[in-house]
Ligand binder design. Structure first.
Ligand code: IMP
Length: 431
């Protein structure tokens, strides 16, 4: 009865979409468990190039049911648009998508509050994606959220929504000086969502657990990454959910005992969008070269991503939190042609001590200096290589060193954006 989790192991944008699409061939269910449309998952396969923000990346395999778990915050407009776009491209998923009744909705005022709060933060802004994620999770924790199940009995929602709006409008107008939202506008939105979304809303936990009881493979699809985790990330420069392994269990409603494989997806270097410390950041021409070569611009916001060398201190911490049973290394091809490549193995702290501990406070993290190990690069390309033995030896040594530092085997190496540009070193799932 195995579930397998595929988790972002750095600051998000590691290329999880491609990996989930690749692995979903053998899955009965692909379930998103956290985050919302702040994520951007890109899939390139024989059917074309697709960018998803909400829809799980199992949609290209007809046997796979795609579940949006209770841990996700869902903007219904975005989901409906993605379903329509897929249909327009000849992929009908109407029978293959389930939204948990317990998933919270991103309401129009959440998007407004996200923008208002960011501008009020001034220089201390987080650099959020502006999609309403933080305010939606804040309402969930405050028990003033609206859930998918509420769309199934829209009349019962009226008094609660009136109450919520009264408070929220006071915050919008009196704290931030923004414009109040009318009840009619918000309720009409809920009514139209209710009409279109109702067929997809269901008991996701029951469905996923039934598949596990039947012995089917379930993929738990992560969004964002460990270092953006609300608890374990570089707080406050984090997202508002738990993209780590605990979030996978809570966010779909499966017992941790079902999770047989925990895969950390690492990029062969490091990127980050938004503000907050990034110890190995390259602000020089090398960073610019990597950004341009790899087209490191956000799928959701288009913002240029900050780029750095592989940070093994952060990676080891990521492995500590998630307990990986395997790793995936993506975008190795981006490093093709560099004379040398670097891995950060230690930090030097403000008081001059060398450490491989990842600091808990952002002030301390912002002051560390990275210590690099330099390794020979490779002049023969890894791009599009599909067999491990065809990788240049120096590239294999780079992979080996990363494997050694994070303490778990690299089972898949991605050498290009297309599904087929993948080196399978070792099978990760039982088939
Ligand atoms: P929020 O999730 O929109 O509130 O943004 C909080 C922080 O997480 C910001 O630094 C965002 O840039 C970052 N973030 C959120 N989602 C992603 C993602 O999918 N990839 C990379 N960074 C993300």
């Amino acid at each position: 009865m195995p579930a397998y989790a595929v988790l972002g192991a750095q600051w998000g944008d590691e290329g999880k979409g491609k990996i989930v699409d690749f692995l979903a061939k053998d899955a009965r269910i692909v379930a998103r468990f956290a985050g919302g449309n702040n994520a951007g998952h890109t899939v390139v396969n024989d059917q074309g190039k697709f960018s998803f923000h909400l829809i799980p990346c199992g949609v290209f395999w007809p046997q796979a049911l795609n579940v949006i778990g209770n841990g996700v915050v869902l903007d219904p407009d975005v989901l409906l648009e993605e379903i329509d776009d897929l249909e327009a491209r000849g992929i009908d998923i109407s029978e293959r998508i389930v939204v948990s009744e317990r998933a919270h909705l991103i309401m129009p005022y959440h998007v407004m509050l996200d923008e208002l709060a960011e501008s009020a933060r001034g220089d201390a802004r987080i650099g959020t994606t502006g999609k309403g994620i933080g305010p939606a999770y804040a309402d969930k924790a405050a028990r003033t959220g609206v859930r998918a199940a509420d769309l199934l009995d829209i009349e019962a929602l009226i008094p609660r929504l009136q109450n919520i709006l009264e408070y929220t409008n006071a915050v919008i107008t009196k704290v931030y000086g923004g414009d109040a939202l009318s009840f009619d506008y918000v309720f009409d939105k809920c009514r139209s969502w209710s009409e279109r979304l109702a067929p997809y809303i269901g008991p996701a936990e029951k469905i996923v657990n039934q598949a596990l009881a039947d012995g089917d493979n379930v993929l738990l699809e992560g969004a964002q990454g460990v270092l953006l985790d609300l608890d374990h990330g570089t707080y406050p420069f984090v997202t508002s959910s738990n993209p780590t392994i605990g979030g996978a269990s809570v966010g779909v409603g499966v017992s941790p005992t079902h999770i047989e494989g925990i895969t950390g997806v690492f990029k062969a270097y490091t990127t980050r969008v938004g503000t907050g410390p990034l110890p190995t950041e390259l602000t020089d021409a090398t960073g610019e070269t990597i950004r341009e070569l790899a087209q490191e611009f956000g799928t959701t916001t288009g913002r240029p991503r900050r780029v750095g060398w592989f940070d093994a201190v952060a990676a080891k911490y990521s492995a500590l939190i998630n307990g990986y049973t395997s790793a995936v290394l993506t975008r190795l091809d981006v490093l093709d042609g560099f004379e040398t490549v670097r891995i950060c193995t230690h930090y030097i702290t403000e008081d001059g001590a060398q450490t491989d501990d990842f600091p808990g406070g952002v002030a301390a993290l912002g002051k560390v200096r990275p210590v690099f190990e330099e390794m020979p690069g490779w002049d023969r390309p890894t791009a599009s290589v599909r067999r491990y033995e065809d990788l240049p030896e120096a590239a294999r040594r780079y992979v080996d060193r990363i494997q050694e530092l994070i303490g778990c085997p690299v089972d898949i190496i991605s050498t290009g954006p297309h599904r087929d540009e993948t080196v399978m070193v070792r099978a990760m799932m039982e088939v």
